[in-house]
Design a protein around this ligand. Sequence first.
Ligand code: C2E
Ligand code: MG
Ligand code: MG
Length: 743
Amino acid sequence: MKLKRSLYRFLLILIVGIFVLIQVIDFFNPEFYHSFEIVSNIVSIVTFAALGFLFFLIKEFDKKADEYTKDQQKMKNIFDTLDVAIWSHDLKTDTLLITPGIEKLYGRKLESFYEDSNLWKEVIYPGDLYVLEEREKKLAAGETVTSHYRIIRPDGEVRWIQDRGIPTFDSKGDFVDFNSVLFDITDRKESEGLYQSIVEMSPDIIAVVHDGRIEYINEAGCKLIGAESQEQVIGQSAKNYVPAQITDLIKSKVFSPDKSEKERHTFEFQVRRTDGESIDVELAARAILYEGRFAIQVVGRDITQRKKSEQTIKFMAFYDTLTMLPNRNQFRKHLNEILHRQEHKKHAVLFLDLDRFKIINDTKGHSVGDIILQKVADRLEKAVQNEGLVSRQGGDEFIIVLEDVNKEKASQVAKRILNEFSYPFEVNSEEFFVTPSIGISIYPMDGSDEETLIKNADTAMYQAKEHGKNNYQFYSNNLDGISTWKMKLENWLRRAMEQNQLTLHYQPQLDLCTGNIVGVEALIRWNHPEYGYIAPSEFIPLAEETGLIVPLGKWILREACERRKAWKDEGYEDFPIAVNVSVRQFQDEHFIRFITEMLEEAGLEANYLELEITESLMQNLENSTIILNQLKELGVLLSVDDFGTGYSSLSYLKHLPIDKIKIDKSFVDDIIYHSNQGMMVKTIIDMGVNLKFTVIAEGIETEEQVKFLTQNACQIGQGYYYSKPLPAHKLEEFLLKGSVPIF
Ligand code: C2E
Ligand code: MG
Ligand code: MG
């Protein structure tokens, strides 16, 4: 543009010059001019026209030049305000042009770069100088190069520079010009660095997958899949680690056309590790632009532990962790399903409670109790086989449902269960006899819903307990309300103790050879004012359960001792009075003191009192031995009641200060019914006598039994055959006789 303007100015001067020349010639030689007058006039007109036009052109050019300069200034201003610097080096003329923006970027004066052409290099962070080597190589090859390096400002601040170098070559291939555009990219670099370290240091898996291949994976991701390095994984197919249907699902969800790109999708699945193991992973995925292409970014974490906890919680919600049997919830669910699925068939619910289990727990501790419960669970499953579902309800209660069975089939299973309990449980080389009481309800007769069926099986179970435990009973309508009955009974019993509704009856014990009375057993009787007679077998277990047995037992002991003292005073000298004592009373820490004080208050010598204990006491042999020895020291006699039904063996007893053993009525009964059980009685008597115990046979009802017992050297007998338990005044009549006839 400048060139054009000069040309026009030259033309203008030329025309003006020609015009002035013509006027000068005209002044000195008018002739010459006149000969050209017409021409001269035309020249003048053209000259003026040309002058006008040229003047216009020059004006226009000046205007344009001004605008151009303004634009240039404007551009310069823009460059100066931006964090950009341009470095231009004309190699031919060796002229350097640097825009003032460099001051802002480098924090140094523009002139300093002109003064020291190496300054730009000197301020580069030493660690980044290596970048220049490659850059120079590429520039020399004619390539445009973008490099990133750090510079150090005079105040020590470090900034990131992006340097885009553009080389220019002439037609001969000579490097003639070099331009470099410099940007401050510190902010971008910092956020990139921050992002990168977040990604790399993240404990979560972060990966980018493009076209099914892993393009990026962080360290946590490598660790999760068991890879040693990122290189081992990058470039691999995602399907090597994730099931194909999952990768396909992720892809379809993430790139679904009707979803927004920002939408996140979460997935839970199993990842295959390089070592072949599987782990649970939770993953979020979304579409991102990665290196100019649409890819899937995934962020996930190992949830194996969480999954395990979830499973445990789930398991605990439906299973009993001690026995691993289904629990109450699972059982109810299962029973409901059966009732829905098999509405028109018969099903049985067996409610099972362990007899005397509480005593084991109380005397041996929960750890032994727990082992026994586990063993019980195994035996129940063995007995039920695949015919039903065994569950533990809690404590020592188990419920079994038998699907599609009739009454006979239910009986068979119940018998199999009882049979499984016919041999002892061994824990820490000790043997424990635990027996079950089973109540059975049948759908639909005994209930149409789960709740009623369980309730009625429970009621029937109580009936089984009433029938002497270790048996099974079917539900029948008249068992209804046993639980409420139990509650009523408990209240009544409390009142009975206050209102003296309880009395003691006495049953004589006789020398089988001489017929002489050698002892008396005190047995409690309860005559309820409205309900009438309530058997001890009904309320004693309840009193044991509720703890009422402790105050009740004290009353019984005192009453019996006072009675014995009165008889003694009347002259009935020779025999002791036997009183039944529950384990619970024994566990009372004041028991020994109570006995001592009570005997003293009653004025009775200790050898007139005999305590009947049960074999369950032997379960805590150590503790019982101490108490029994203390009692023995007092001079109290000790006998083992219901011998043969519990856990103890005679060899146990020989280490204890026991005086007598009472053979249980069930064995005495079997003398008449089963010949081999008669053998049992015989064995007990033989061993007992050998061990120097006095042997008493309970529940003698027939002459035949008496004969068998005397023949087998049993010394003492007790039973209806001789006398029922009698009120005190009636017993006195019996005592008056002194003896019963023998044969
Ligand atoms: P146990 O100590 O074995 O008492 C013997 C039971 O057999 C008594 O039943 C007695 O009446 C009964 N009996 C005696 N001879 C015969 C017979 O020839 N045939 C039949 N069928 N039965 C006979 P009872 O009085 O109903 O007592 C039952 C159980 O209740 C007792 O068994 C004992 O364990 C407990 N018990 C009774 N009184 C007391 C007491 O004062 N304190 C404690 N802790 N328990 C007691
Ligand atoms: Mg007894
Ligand atoms: Mg007995």
